[in-house]
Design a protein around this ligand. Structure first.
Ligand SMILES: [Zn+2]
Length: 169
């Protein structure tokens, strides 16, 4: 079993460590519950800020490492990111399912029993393209995302984790 999810940005398209701290209340606990249930926690993220030269891949990895540190040791199993620009024509950028397929292969994930939690329409499309159930969180961009694009809607990541734990119809 696995859960594929992405770090929900709030009011910004790009990550920074200071912003990350705001996401962590309740999130670590919810993710730990999923982990205890046997889910793998994999981050699937578009990081076109790298391709745009806003930050380097090394800087992105530092943010990611800081996130992992803050959220708790070994909670996140893996991170997959697309560093390309929307018009680069790459195969990995969401809504392409390629990063999910790569994660499934690398981490022995059963996509039929997996979920993608995200806040954008491209996340929902990515999930559908990969054949996983999608959960739209109403945080960050998710406040405005059309809920018809999702299989299920949750208030936030904690709520989404609880929905998975209690069984989504
Ligand atoms: Zn890409």
């Amino acid at each position: 079993m696995a859960t594929a999810w992405r770090i929900p940005p709030r009011g910004t398209q790009y990550l920074s460590t200071s912003r990350l701290e705001h996401h962590l209340t309740g999130v670590a606990e919810a993710l730990r519950k999923l982990k205890d249930r046997g889910y793998k926690l994999i981050v699937i993220t578009n990081q076109s800020g790298i391709g745009r030269g806003y930050f380097t891949e090394k800087q992105y990895r530092a943010v990611e490492a800081e996130f992992s540190r803050q959220i708790g040791h070994a909670l996140i199993d893996a991170t997959y990111f697309c560093p390309h620009l929307p018009n680069d024509g790459c195969k990995c950028r969401k809504p392409s399912p390629e990063m999910i397929f790569a994660a499934a292969q690398d981490h022995d994930v059963d996509l039929a029993r997996s979920f993608l939690i995200g806040d954008k329409k491209s996340d929902m499309e990515c999930g559908h393209n990969a054949g996983v159930k999608t959960i739209l969180v109403r945080t960050g961009y998710g406040k405005e995302t059309d809920e018809r694009s999702a299989d299920c809607v949750a208030r936030d990541l904690e709520d989404a984790a609880n929905a998975i734990l209690h069984g989504i119809p």
